[in-house]
Design a protein. Structure first.
Length: 302
């Protein structure tokens, strides 16, 4: 479980950096950035897949497709759910939705806890229950204060739990399953990167004509591959509820990135972030207690 916690936290830190990187990739549009990100990610993910010896797992998934056509449709659904989230993540910072999407990521752990309890009958520790209660209070306050949430917030809150539940049900919550999700997105990504030109400038033209993008685009692919692989590993190694609760680290970093990009927290939202921050503090305290107990156990065994 410790490996899963580390993987989740490191992935969250990298995702926060990617969020801040998005505006630096202009004149690429959000869709073009999404396309290039996936195209640059797939070589690194493929190399990682082969290095870890999971190439055979991809072939096993393909054999399941040949045996059951319904499994193929569910794989397409899984890929589509992932694609929407990956697109929104790159689109939001360019269109004033960085904070609403960050709010979606704040709500996501709570939604994951609910999904874990309802679908997989998972139980939470006392610390995790208290953290969830604090986060829920923060969300209720925001719903009462604002009277509703942006559409981009709901896309994250509904789409990501559905995606992770589907992956676990299909038993594709592995690096091989993640690779297949990305591979199925390649036709759409090729369109966005090479053909789509909403302002008269195709993605490949923008990359070739902007010196800074020569290094930033490959860098985006490399760090994305590492972050996504770690995130998928965490989703496999951790109970769904704990995995969801640890996801609070990422939205905090996304909020910081959004503020650095010029977006501002609305008056009255301070209480929501304070309650969620208290919940994150409880999780950190629980982790510290567990690590201390583990260290004492190892020391006594020696």
């Amino acid at each position: 479980m410790f490996q899963g916690v580390v993987a989740s936290v490191v992935a969250s830190c990298i995702f926060g950096g990617i969020y801040y990187l998005a505006p630096l990739l202009q004149p690429l549009t959000g869709e073009q950035i999404f396309g290039w990100r996936m195209l640059m990610t797939i070589p690194f993910t493929t190399a990682w897949l082969l290095y870890s010896g999971q190439g055979a797992a991809v072939w096993a998934l393909c054999q399941r497709v040949a045996q059951r056509w319904s499994f193929a449709l569910l794989l397409l659904l899984s890929s589509a759910l992932a694609g929407v989230q990956l697109w929104l993540f790159m689109w939001a910072p360019l269109h004033g939705h960085a904070l609403p999407v960050s709010l979606g990521y704040f709500l996501l752990p709570l939604a994951m806890v609910v999904a874990g309890r309802v679908v997989f009958k998972e139980r939470l520790s006392v610390w995790q229950t208290a953290a969830t209660a604090l986060a829920a209070c923060g969300m209720v306050w925001e719903l009462w204060r604002a009277g509703g949430l942006a559409w981009s917030t709901w896309v994250v809150v509904i789409g990501y739990p559905a995606y992770f539940v589907l992956r676990r049900v299909l038993k594709t919550n592995t690096l091989a399953g993640h690779w297949l999700d990305v591979a199925l997105l390649l036709p759409v990504c090729l369109w966005f990167a090479l053909v789509d030109a909403p302002a008269g400038l195709a993605g490949w033209q923008a990359v070739l004509g902007t010196d800074a993008l020569h290094g930033l685009v490959p860098l985006l692919g490399m760090v994305s591959a590492v972050a996504l692989a770690l995130y998928m590993a965490a989703s496999r190694l951790l109970p769904l509820g704990l995995f969801g609760l640890l996801s609070y680290v990422e939205p905090m970093l996304l909020v910081v990135a959004a503020l650095l990009m010029g977006e501002r927290i609305q008056p009255g939202q301070e209480l929501m972030y304070a309650l969620i921050g208290a919940g994150v503090g409880l999780l950190a305290l629980e982790g510290g207690v567990q690590m201390r107990r583990s260290a004492k156990t190892v020391a006594s065994a020696q």
